[in-house]
Every structure is written in C-alpha cells, then in structure tokens.
Design a binder for this molecule. Structure first.
Ligand SMILES: [Fe+2]
Length: 386
C-alpha cells in the first residue's frame, strides 16, 4: 500500500514551552481538580532548586503536597511500588513529576499502579494499561528523554537485571510544562548524554517502519536543531538560548518517537541499561554509529535525509561513501560531546553479549527497526561496539 494511505495516528499531550513554564504547575494541578499532590523528583533536581520552584507554585494555590524522592537513575520496580504506597497513604489524587527521565518514568509507574492495582512489572509491552492514570503533570529538567510527552515508561527489574518498556496511550502525561531554564544546571556529561539520547530518538523515529509524514516533520527538525545546538550548548552551559534550542530539539524528537516508536538502538540500550545500570543516553550513544552501520542499507534515502539535516552535503557521492561520511560524522559528534567510551570501557565483556542480545530482541522497540535482525545480528553489532 502507498505510504500515504497507511493508517497512522499522532498523539501528543498539551504542552507549554518557555521560560517560567515550571511555575504553572500549581495552576494546572488546581485545574485538574487536585486536592493533594504527590511530587516525584530526585535528590539532584531538589539540590538544583527546580523542585522547590514547583512546590512553591503548589503552595501559592493552597494545594497540600507530599514529596517522593526515593528513586535512583533507571527507576526500579520496587521504587515505583514504594511511591504507590505513599500516594495511597497520603490520599493523593494528582501527580507532579519534576526531573529527567527517571522521576518522570517512576511517576508514570506510580500512576499506572495506583489506578490498575497490579504490580508494575505486569504492564510490560504495548497497550497493557487499561485504566487511565490520575492526572500527571510533568516538568522535564533534562533535554533528552522526552518522557514528558511520550507514551513510554521504562522501568528496571533489578532481580532479572532487565528493563521493561511500557508503551501505552494511558501513560501520556496530561500536560508537560517544558521550561528550558531548568537545563542550565545540567553538567556537561548529563547534557551530552541526554542530548545524544534525543538525537537517537530523532534518527530512530525517522527510519522506523511506523514513521509517518507527521513524525518525519518533527524527527528531521529535531536532527537539524540538535546538530546546531547540542555541542555549542555543552561548551556554553549558561547560554539560555542554546539550552532552549536543545530543549526544543528534544521535544520535537519526543513527538516523533512517541508516535513512530524506536528501533534496535533503543532495544539494545535498554538491555545494557537493565544489566549494568548505566546512563541511558550513554548506552544509546555508544551504539549509535554501529546501529546506523547495520541499518543503513535498509533505508539509504532516509539516512541521506538525516545526513542532510545534520548539515552534510552528500549529493553526487556514491552510496557507500555516503554511509561512511554519515558514520564518521556521528563519531565526531560523539567525540566532541565527550561521550566516546566503548562497551568494553563501561564494563561489558564479550561473554555477556549473548544474553544482552536475547533481551534486546524481545524489546518492543525492535519491532519497528528498519532492518530485521536476528539474535546473531544483534550480537555482532554489540561486538563491534566493544
Ligand atoms: Fe531514549
């Protein structure tokens, strides 16, 4: 069937973008009819002062709240369940998440369990969340994960050392208050990891088998914006205009991937992150050039448009050379961002790869990868990333 005739839907939450958006949390919590708010954040975001800005806005509306920060990067199933216990004990009826992907995914997990009354690990996969969550307001403080606009929640199961992906319309937040000023307290490593995660979202969404003209628009724009702003923003951390561009790039990538889904890069990164508790953005960055190398021949025209959006002029060049130039460009971007470790350097051994490949193959993100991959294919991509 012609591409333009295929059924595609596009889902996005209401969002407000701009300086000061974080201070609207109280007003929205009130609009959603909240009487008691569970604020989910993490200790680093609290230290940076962003959580206090949000709780002040709740106080200004006379809304009582309880703060939950007992979570770690790559939020774990038991942390979600502890958050649910607090939500119930305190009789909360609205959730506000302030932070990067970890607090937002944890908040989504708490929302899912509080209305569906089962353990969080029972919701793995696509469309497994039946009852809607309580109202969820998200204030992202990193320019990358886009959990604030996506229908994804990624939760770690430390017992089996895997991550589960929950993909459902029910986990799209009710509103995202996207305030680029919050990015100014990110250190260079976090800026680089989250920015490269956003870049990976845009690339994977653009070559996904579930892409559409609506997701293409956002994916290509994200590649363009992030290509021109990410490295300068790492070098000029206080430049609010650059931070705002990175945040916009991340948002556009989020709108694209939440609807077009992702691919092998994320499937493999989830598998690594579940086993080693590594930063999600770094896992993606380590694999990015190698996954492009694997996928390129399945969608050469699409990758050429990505290269163009990155600022490369590949006109009149043989296709093999195009592939080489794109991969070199991505490697140089990683090096400039200061995220250039290999899998071996983050502690992965060759003996681990069989198991990682098995988990990656089962990840729902694998279904939309442009090239079909066998377990051995995945293993080879991991090997090349060692
Ligand atoms: Fe990601």
């Amino acid at each position: 069937m012609a591409e333009g005739l295929q059924l595609r839907k596009f889902l996005a939450p209401e969002f407000i973008f701009g300086a000061g958006a974080r201070e609207l949390a109280g007003r929205y919590a009130r609009n959603f009819g909240g009487r008691k708010v569970l604020v989910v954040s993490d200790p680093g975001v609290v230290r940076a002062g962003w959580t206090a800005d949000v709780t002040k806005s709740l106080e200004a509306e006379g809304l009582p709240y309880v703060l939950f920060t007992a979570l770690t990067p790559n939020p774990k199933a038991e942390e979600v369940m502890a958050g649910v216990a607090l939500y119930r004990e305190e009789r909360c009826d609205v959730i506000v998440a302030v932070g990067g992907g970890s607090p937002i995914d944890c908040a989504k997990g708490i929302g899912i369990v509080s209305s569906n009354h089962r353990h969080i690990l029972e919701f793995e996969g696509v469309d497994m969340v039946k009852a809607p969550m309580p109202p969820l307001i998200c204030i992202p403080t990193t320019g990358g994960t886009s959990a604030d606009v996506s229908q994804f929640a990624i939760i770690s199961n430390p017992l089996e050392r895997v991550k589960i992906a929950i993909i459902s319309k029910s986990v799209v937040p009710d509103i995202a208050l996207i305030d680029p000023i919050t990015l100014t307290t990110m250190d260079p490593y976090l800026t680089a990891c989250t920015g490269l995660d956003a870049m990976t979202h845009a690339i994977e969404a653009f070559v996904s088998t579930a892409s559409s003209s609506m997701t293409d628009l956002h994916a290509l724009e994200a590649v363009k914006i992030l290509s021109s702003s990410l490295i300068p923003s790492i070098r000029n951390p206080e430049d609010q205009e650059l931070r705002s561009q990175v945040m916009m790039g991340s948002l556009q990538a989020g709108l694209a991937f939440s609807n077009a889904i992702l691919g092998a890069n994320h499937a493999m990164a989830h598998s690594l992150g579940g086993a080693l508790d590594l930063a999600h953005g770094e896992c993606n960055a380590i694999l990015l050039d190698h996954v492009i190398d694997f996928n390129f021949d399945a969608a050469p025209e699409r990758f050429e448009r990505i290269a163009q959006a990155m600022g490369l002029d590949l006109r009149g060049i043989p296709v093999l050379q195009k592939k080489k130039l794109l991969i070199e460009h991505v490697r140089s971007m990683k090096a400039q961002a200061g995220v250039a470790r290999t899998l071996a350097e983050v502690g992965v051994g060759v003996d681990d790869l069989k198991q990682y490949s098995e988990h990656a193959l089962k990840d729902p993100c694998m279904a939309t990868n442009p090239r079909r991959a066998s377990k051995r294919d995945i293993e080879v991509v991991y090997e090349e990333s060692l």
